[in-house]
Design a protein around this ligand. Structure first.
Ligand SMILES: C[S@@+](CC[C@H](N)C(=O)[O-])C[C@H]1O[C@@H](n2cnc3c(N)ncnc32)[C@H](O)[C@@H]1O
Length: 232
């Protein structure tokens, strides 16, 4: 299952749906999604011509913000966050701290029956799971210096730690990961049993081997069909 398909399925449950995407890049996913309101945030987005046309003719309300997500949430430009969202898709900087910030901030603005979809939760190799501290540039430097053994061009970073940490500190959230499209984390309000990793620093130092040993349990990994059944 592709991320666009999952997001659309969730938005289609609502009339007048409102959608926020953090990290939009060339707007490929944002362009595919149909929603009454679409908001995109990215400090370096580009818009393809087809998308410009659609925006100009006003088929949908689309607002794009050239900002880092932390600034977007701090500033709440145009009061746009007050709209509230049915689905937030998080796909900005793929590291633990930033994906956690984005998730905690988004939780303040989703409806009680809303969803957060977190991309990149299930890296399939240590190379893809290479962590960075602050930016994409760090990965670029490592690639140029041939520092990442087994590099195949795909990068998920350590977003997986956000799933483990939230599953350890938030018993008011139901969290699972659909084993598709690099790991689609699904986060919604609901009761759950806690995992025992409740300190940020403790989770931050976990390595890829730790994930590899117990991935199904740590990520609450489910097949696409099981994921869809849970979302019914
Ligand atoms: C993987 S791409 C997004 C792809 C897009 N979601 C899609 O599915 O078509 C990640 C994007 O996140 C952006 N990004 C990096 N750090 C960010 C941040 N702190 N806040 C928002 N976006 C960020 C990058 O500029 C990049 O365009």
């Amino acid at each position: 299952m592709h991320r666009s398909e999952l997001i659309q399925l969730l938005l289609d449950k609502k009339d007048n749906s409102r959608y926020l995407e953090i990290g939009i890049k060339r707007c490929d996913n944002l362009f595919r999604i149909k929603s009454k309101v679409k908001v995109g945030v990215d400090p370096a987005y580009q818009i393809c011509r087809k998308y410009k046309f659609k925006k100009a003719f006003g088929f949908e309300k689309v607002e794009l913000y050239r900002k880092y997500s932390d600034d977007f949430f701090n500033e709440n430009p145009d009061g746009i966050l007050n709209l509230g969202f049915n689905v937030v898709f998080i796909d900005g900087l793929h590291n633990f701290q930033q994906s956690l910030n984005d998730t905690l901030n988004s939780l303040k603005y989703i409806s009680h029956d809303g969803f957060i979809i977190l991309h990149d939760c299930n890296p399939i190799s240590e190379a893809r799971a290479t962590p960075v501290e602050r930016s994409y540039d760090e990965i670029q430097v490592k690639i140029e210096n041939n520092e990442i053994e087994g590099w195949d061009g795909g990068w998920n970073g350590d977003v997986w730690k956000t799933i483990i940490y939230l599953r350890s500190i938030r018993s008011d959230l139901e969290i699972f990961t659909i084993d598709s499209d690099q790991g689609l984390g699904v986060i919604k309000f609901g009761d759950s049993q806690l995992l025992p990793f409740n300190k940020f620093e403790e989770v931050k130092v976990l390595d890829y081997q730790f994930l590899e040993k117990d991935r199904k349990n740590l990520l609450n990994l489910v097949s696409p069909s099981e994921g869809l059944a849970r979302l019914k």
